[in-house]
Design a protein around this ligand. Structure first.
Ligand SMILES: [Zn+2]
Length: 422
């Protein structure tokens, strides 16, 4: 929490903190232990890639991450983490204990285990011209592989951390999961001081946050009746839904801040009931904005459209009307970590120390939205390498220099956990 307050500090204080970050980094980069670990990370890249390919073949659609969770559980145990746990929804984590027993704040580094690919769609790894092709190979199997890269580097290297470092594989990040895995973890672990998400490739990436996302399902209920006998008397859920959708369709997307709303699904009736007023209709809506107030205003607009659409239908009939309910599927807050904050400045310095230029992104919704939305300092970083065709069967990962992503994450963790060097 203290890190977030950084933005309101006077300029002189900001300079102090920046000096402090550079001083810590300087000490780290001159420590033989750290230099040894950085070298180990470079040498281990082949091992990390082998692991990444093995993990990519363990299918893990959102809500079905068990097999990958079990593999990660075994890995965490093998690598010597303590208190290795899989929680009630499948998040899998273990702890590297710090030396400061009084420190209550844990540093968490996490990657999501789930992918957007349904079971049966991942068959093999194809390698061509040094590029690896497999659905999910980058998003976010690379993040999981980075956790392994860190553990490999730290195993057998006696660097005492002051604060506890938690390695976490989360479930339910993608799609209808709505970043629910990390939400669940943070709710149950108020001892978290800061959480770093690793998602996808790139060694120079700092995602500060992204738009807020809401996905809702609206179910319209009616009594149902004969299409001829009931017409004019009995409320029709389909017509109520259409009336509401008509109003919602008058929304014009905004560019600044980018604010969007789409009707993404509509279900009602069936062939057997072509002469019936159905008793049920449902629509799904996805709406987003980069700005909190714009998202709230859009939500009010949508909720009024639903209320008014149903009211119009109920005014239209003389008998039994239509009711509706809203089911929340995804609710990710709008989030943006201040660029001047200590956490962001630390990662900025780390990336520069490895000879790269930080690449900032403020438009990418990730698990970091959840961390920041919970009032904790958080960013999302890349796992190294390059990648593309995300969420498609052609997803690819180019591992050239991907060790740099692991090195950057390692240095960041050393600073955040206040590693004690000899
Ligand atoms: Zn991802």
């Amino acid at each position: 929490m203290t890190l977030l307050l950084f933005v309101i500090l006077p300029v002189s204080k900001r300079k102090d903190i920046k000096m402090n970050i550079y001083a810590k980094l300087e000490t780290l980069l001159h420590s033989p232990q750290i230099v040894h670990c950085l070298e180990k990370i470079r040498k281990n890249e082949e091992k990390v890639l082998t692991f990444q390919k093995e993990m990519a073949l363990i299918e893990a659609p959102t809500f079905q991450e068990e097999a990958r969770g079990q593999a990660l559980f075994s890995l965490f145990q093998e690598m010597g983490l303590t208190n290795v746990t899989t929680d009630d929804i499948g998040n899998t984590f273990g702890t590297l204990f710090g030396t400061d027993s009084k420190s209550r704040g844990n540093i968490v580094i996490e990657a999501h285990m789930d992918t957007v690919f349904s079971k049966g769609s991942v068959h093999e790894i194809i390698e061509k011209d040094g590029v690896i092709y497999c659905p999910g190979i980058a998003d976010d199997t690379r993040g999981i592989a980075l956790l392994y890269g860190l553990l490999l580097a730290m195993k057998g290297t006696d660097i005492p951390l002051r604060k506890n470092l938690i390695f976490l594989g989360t479930v339910r990040e993608e799609g209808a999961g709505g970043c629910g895995g990390l939400k669940h973890y943070l709710r149950n672990h108020p001892d978290t001081e800061c959480c770093i998400s690793v998602d996808g490739p790139d060694s120079d990436l700092i995602v500060l946050g992204g738009p807020g996302t809401r996905t809702i399902e609206v179910v319209f209920h009616g009594k149902g009746d004969h299409a001829y006998a009931g017409c004019g008397y009995v409320g029709n859920p389909v017509r109520a839904a259409v009336r509401a959708m008509n109003k919602i369709s008058s929304f014009t997307p905004g560019e600044s801040p980018r604010t969007t709303c789409e009707i993404t699904g509509f279900q009602a009736g069936d062939l057997a009931g072509i002469h019936a007023i159905p008793s049920r209709a449902s629509i799904t809506l996805n709406f987003r904005s980069e700005e909190k107030t714009a998202l709230e205003n859009l939500e009010s607009f949508i909720f009024s459209a639903l209320r008014d659409g149903v009211q119009e239908e109920n005014d239209f009939v003389t008998g039994c009307g239509v009711t509706y309910e809203i089911i929340d599927h995804v609710n990710i807050p709008v989030s943006c970590m201040p660029r001047e904050s200590e956490l962001v400045q630390t990662m900025d310095a780390v990336i520069k120390s490895l000879g790269m230029t930080p690449l900032y992104d403020t438009k990418c919704p990730t698990n970091a939205n959840i961390t920041i939305g919970s009032g904790l300092p958080g960013i999302c970083i890349g796992g190294g390498g390059k990648a593309g065709s995300y969420h498609s069967p052609q997803e690819w990962f180019d591992p050239a220099d991907s060790y740099l992503g692991v090195q950057a994450a390692f240095l960041l963790c050393m600073i955040l956990t206040d590693a004690v060097l000899s």
